[in-house]
Design a protein around this ligand. Structure first.
Ligand code: 5GP
Length: 112
């Protein structure tokens, strides 16, 4: 089921894209929760992390490596947080798998 993130992939709505390759794309969050807040998404429509299949293993690994690459590219490679909200009760509002890359302020632990 396409979401607003598919429209961003297809350039049907604007976004500030900071990274793109064959498998994924990353863009600034429209409602940032930190000075750096980027959404990293696979181009493949996987609704939630738990919907990933064994054949997605390389893609999911690619996302993790891309997250580090993007953080370094944005100058926050030494201190950033990755968040995946899986399911509405965990705070997921867009059902296209995405990794929040957050940086630029202190983060508490445990998370809220
Ligand atoms: P979730 O709550 O699903 O984990 O995160 C969805 C994120 O997508 C939120 O941080 C929200 O601000 C962001 N978002 C929702 N719609 C748009 C949009 O149209 N453009 C951009 N750049 N970010 C969006």
């Amino acid at each position: 089921m396409p979401t607003i993130f598919t429209k961003i992939i297809n350039r049907e709505i604007p976004a500030t894209i900071v990274y793109e390759d064959d498998l994924c794309i990353a863009f600034r969050d429209i409602n940032p929760q930190a000075p750096t807040h980027v959404q990293l998404i696979p181009k493949k429509e996987i609704p939630r992390l738990v919907d990933g299949q064994p054949e997605d293993a390389a893609l999911l690994g690619h996302l993790m490596l891309a997250a580090g690459k993007i953080a370094r590219q944005l100058g926050v490679g030494d201190a950033f947080r990755l968040v995946v909200n899986n399911g509405a009760d965990a705070g997921q509002s867009v059902f296209h798998l995405h990794l929040h890359i957050l940086a630029g302020r202190p983060f508490g632990w445990p998370p809220g």
